[in-house]
Design a protein. Structure first.
Length: 82
């Protein structure tokens, strides 16, 4: 995860995709699904652009946390970059 975060933050900053310097927070979320759910995951990814017109990524992320019964603190959950 450290390599992914380092490479992606370097790319984001080099391409000036945010107004401020981008840095990952110390934590991350990872969710797994069984092989029997692959078709559902593919369908979700294909509909993601349309889906996020109705629900933001942050709302979706919190829903995943709730569905997987992962406790989180609202004060330290990530913020959408400006």
């Amino acid at each position: 995860m450290q390599d992914v975060k380092a490479s992606s933050s370097k790319w984001i900053n080099e391409n000036k995709l945010t107004k401020l310097r981008f840095e990952w927070q110390s934590g991350y979320g990872a969710f797994s699904y069984s092989k029997s759910q692959v078709a559902d995951v593919i369908a979700y990814i294909q509909r993601q652009k349309e889906h996020h017109r109705k629900r933001t990524f942050l709302e979706e992320y919190k829903l995943f946390l709730d569905n997987f019964q992962v406790e989180y603190n609202e004060q330290v959950i990530f913020k959408v970059p400006e």
